[in-house]
Design a protein around this ligand. Structure first.
Ligand SMILES: C[S@@+](CC[C@H](N)C(=O)[O-])C[C@H]1O[C@@H](n2cnc3c(N)ncnc32)[C@H](O)[C@@H]1O
Length: 287
């Protein structure tokens, strides 16, 4: 959270600059073309508040000046910062816990069928709570050193850095079954009181990286048995959803599974997906 105390002579008053309708359209276009995130006009105040901390850091007193900086072709680092600020990253351990009950059951089936490692991808992993929950289920079912590999990616470089650090407020883990706490979390003391850290043995089993679901060209992994793509399609329009879904489907093995959130839906009938249960799909043939 940005400090409320002025930090430097450029600090703006708490009210800060106002994002005009024209400026809103510029940033809306930006986050749509960069990440596929479709921000309706009702999100104007949200964009204003999320970007205002960056304006303060740069000593800017209006959004048009920031837009000029973002537009500079050689300013990829600033564009990444803006993406980090504009994407929504809410998540927690054991979110939509039915998926993890199914996962535990399905892993036992997969273990009987497969010779190679069981491969899972958390494709919009945010700060890591989702992949760590998957890793706990994998460790409980197949062993922490079992024959599995877990990949976790997000477009946002800030959240994957948090995921690799694996330190969380207790609030974020409260849905984790209590008997697993001692096994997989270290309790923080002193300045870390009120926080937990995931045990290093579990952290080391996850490959974290950055990936835009709309341009996954540098991601050379295929044959995933299960992909978690939860609570991200909700930010996309139908065309973008289609692009992200066909990119993800091309990475899933025939007969593999795709999990989305219960709040999301897949309407496109041309994708090679058959619904098995609400929010759970099976890949019928490779794309
Ligand atoms: C609300 S979080 C979902 C986290 C987790 N999957 C869950 O269900 O709790 C949505 C995540 O999608 C990421 N995201 C948004 N657009 C993306 C894109 N084009 N490619 C990859 N990740 C994206 C955001 O950065 C954010 O971390």
């Amino acid at each position: 959270m940005p400090s409320k105390e002025p930090q430097n002579p450029f600090d703006l008053p708490e009210s800060g600059p106002i994002l005009s309708a024209v400026e809103f359209e510029q940033f809306r276009y930006f986050i749509f073309t960069e990440a596929g995130i479709d921000m309706p006009p009702s999100k104007r105040a949200l964009i204003q508040s999320r970007l205002s901390s960056r304006l303060r850091e740069l000593g800017l007193d209006n959004f048009s000046s920031y837009w000029r900086i973002l537009k500079q072709p050689d300013n990829a680092a600033e564009r990444q910062k803006a993406i980090n600020l504009l994407s929504t990253n809410e998540t927690y351990f054991y979110r939509e816990s039915e998926h993890f009950s199914w996962l535990q059951f399905h892993l036992l089936e997969l273990e009987k069928q497969k010779k190679g490692p069981i491969k899972i991808w958390s494709a919009a992993c945010s700060t890591g709570e989702e992949p760590y929950t998957i890793a706990i289920v994998l460790a409980e079912t197949l062993g922490i050193n079992g024959n599995w590999s877990l990949y976790a990616s997000d477009i946002n470089t800030r959240v994957t850095a948090i995921a690799k650090r694996a330190v969380y407020p207790l609030e974020r883990v409260k849905k984790t079954p209590p008997h697993l706490w001692q096994k997989y979390f270290l309790r923080g003391r002193d300045e870390y009181a009120g926080q937990i850290r995931v045990i290093p043995e579990l952290i080391n089993r996850i490959h974290f990286f950055n990936l835009n679901l709309l341009q996954p060209k540098n991601f050379n992994q295929y044959d995933f048995d299960i992909v978690f793509l939860r609570n991200v399609l909700i930010y996309f329009n139908e065309d973008t959803k289609q692009t992200a879904l066909s990119n993800v489907c091309s990475k899933i093995v025939e007969g593999g599974h795709l999990l989305i959130s219960h709040a999301e839906s897949i309407r496109n009938k041309e994708l090679p997906l058959t619904m098995e249960a609400p929010s759970r799909y099976r890949l019928s043939k490779p794309t």
